[in-house]
Write a protein that binds this ligand. Structure first.
Ligand code: HEC
Length: 154
């Protein structure tokens, strides 16, 4: 009896070991999903920021949206681990990212600074200054996408 129990335990342990192999791939898929979700949030927060550039009040929600994007930008480089490019799995991250990670990181840092400045100008409450800061901040998204984001995948 106890032999059978031991055998069953051994089989369970062996099966648990097997599930390790697919786990590596799904961890990478998880990080890809995480960064895509963050980018989608960037898109949502940008709507609040764009409305303010068109005259909506420079309120606390605007300040928060800019601060959230700035903080998110700082997390970006860590969400692009080696082996998660569009040459390895289905996503839009161009393999060029890993050819020059320093440049990719510089884009993220520039974005973090630009959105930090945008938050400060929203607090300042000057509409013209805010508009100028918004144009600059939005350009930091476009600059990185131009070099490192591939076409949409179906
Ligand atoms: C440092 C580079 C970089 C910066 C800065 C950046 N992005 Fe991205 N973005 C990417 C890459 C690379 C992808 C593709 C990621 C993937 O498919 O895994 C992407 C994807 C996206 C997507 C598509 C997400 C999806 O569902 O597939 C949106 C929307 C987006 N970005 C919005 C933004 C906005 C808005 C900003 C600025 C606030 C921004 N991004 C800043 C590199 C960047």
């Amino acid at each position: 009896m106890s032999f059978r129990v031991t055998c069953a335990a051994a089989v369970v342990t062996a099966l648990a070991g097997l599930t390790f192999l697919p786990f590596a791939a799904s961890a990478q898929e998880a990080v890809v999903k995480e960064r895509q979700d963050l980018m989608k949030s960037f898109g949502d927060w940008s709507k609040t920021l764009a409305a303010a550039a068109k005259g909506a009040p420079l309120d606390a929600a605007v300040v928060k949206a800019a601060e959230d994007i700035s903080a998110g930008m700082k997390k970006l480089p860590a969400q692009f681990p080696v082996g998660t490019g569009s040459d390895k799995m289905k996503n839009r991250a161009k393999p060029e990212i890993w050819a020059d990670m320093a440049k990719f990181t510089a884009y993220a840092n520039d974005g973090a600074a630009a959105y930090g400045a945008l938050a400060a100008s929203a607090k300042g409450g000057n509409a013209a200054a805010y508009q100028a800061a918004f144009t600059k901040a939005a350009a930091s998204c476009a600059a990185c996408h131009k070099d490192y984001r591939g076409p949409a995948v179906k």
